[in-house]
Design a binder for this molecule. Structure first.
Ligand code: F6P
Length: 332
């Protein structure tokens, strides 16, 4: 058909997809109702995290810094923002179609979502609402971590090994708010444009460098690390590695994902089984790193193969570039 002279033809301009359009594309590719509710659930997490980012920015003005006087199930003092972030996530998620169970660092037990209409595949969503919350009062980086599993119809609600995750990710609240996620087809990164309230994709199919130049560990615990960890750290120092530790796992793992190297939380005298939690810290981070070509280990096993025994179970954690993780495992 001839185009009249007065008509301007538009070509599709290359634009960076938003998180919402990325999720819609994932949903179309899945072609199933299950894919649809999974995207819908990740979208709920992103909405809650935008509100968390806003609350963090004004926490000092709103009087929301400091502890609230409660202890969580881990025996850690709850910060006001831990409670706020937890409530925001639960509120967004509990009404989303497809959510069967919620598990949070801040709640002792799993929360079962009662949906009489539910049929088909549903999901359990496990999360650490505000990771690294000791950084809150000093304006340091913190994060949210999430991990999602399928609950097929008619199955028991049981905790599953990390390898069965169907989506996982984290949000880093730093100088910018960064959403990093995988649904099993590589790792994508989005940055929040606060002027319009939208996460915009800034990288696709992220790949971790094979080896890094830094290690990330709380060195104050060095004397109580098993000897293999001590040797590894000594080797890193000799090889000229830098030591980098933010005290918030999300911030430290984000640096490792982008620049390579290794993040460690070994067994210590105080925490002989490790400090970090399997279900909503170690597993989602291990799967993200694996999707980016990295590795996650407890020192003995791949983190993703650990059969969970409880929601708040702790494990030693090694996450990072494949060459660095292999070098450490060889010493353990
Ligand atoms: O899970 C809690 C957490 O705050 C992580 O984000 C962080 O990596 C770690 O604990 C810090 O622990 P520590 O203060 O013992 O180094």
């Amino acid at each position: 058909m001839a185009v009249p002279a007065a008509v301007v033809q538009l070509r599709a301009a290359p634009i960076s997809p938003t998180l919402q359009s990325h999720l819609l594309a994932a949903e179309r590719a899945a072609r199933s109702d299950a894919g649809k509710s999974l995207s819908w659930i990740v979208s709920a997490i992103s909405s809650a995290c935008k509100t968390i980012a806003a609350r963090l920015r004004t926490a000092g003005i709103d009087g929301n810094l400091g502890a609230v006087g409660n202890m969580n199930v881990q025996g850690e003092s709850q910060q006001a923002l831990d409670v706020i972030a937890n409530e925001l996530l639960i509120r967004e998620l509990q009404s989303r179609e497809g959510v069967a169970v919620l598990g949070s660092e801040e709640n002792d037990e799993l929360l079962v979502v009662d949906d009489a209409q539910a049929s088909g595949v549903r999901y359990s969503v496990l999360f650490d609402p505000l990771d690294g919350s000791s950084n809150l009062d000093v304006g340091g980086s913190v994060g949210t971590i999430f991990s999602i599993y399928e609950v097929p119809p008619g199955t028991e609600l049981e905790l599953q090994a990390g390898r069965r995750q169907v989506a996982a990710g984290y949000v880093l609240y730093g100088p910018s708010t960064v959403f990093v996620m995988t649904m099993g087809q590589g790792v994508d990164m989005f940055v929040l444009d606060p002027s319009v309230g939208t996460f915009v994709r800034t990288a696709s199919n992220l790949q971790i460098p094979a080896r890094g130049k830094s290690y990330s560990v709380n060195e104050a615990n060095f004397d109580s690390f098993p000897v293999g960890y001590q040797r590894f750290i000594a080797d890193c120092r000799k090889a000229g590695y830098a030591s980098r530790y933010a005290g918030a796992m999300v911030a430290d793992v984000h640096r490792v994902l982008l620049q390579g190297g290794v993040f460690l939380y070994p067994p210590t005298a105080k925490a002989p089984k490790g400090k970090l939690r399997l279900m909503y810290e170690a597993n989602p981070m291990a799967w993200l790193l694996e999707q980016a070509g990295g590795m996650g280990s407890t020192g003995e096993f791949d983190i993703l193969d650990v059969v969970p025994d409880s929601l708040h179970q702790r494990v030693p954690v090694i996450l990072g570039s494949p060459e660095d993780v292999k070098a450490l495992r060889a010493l353990l």
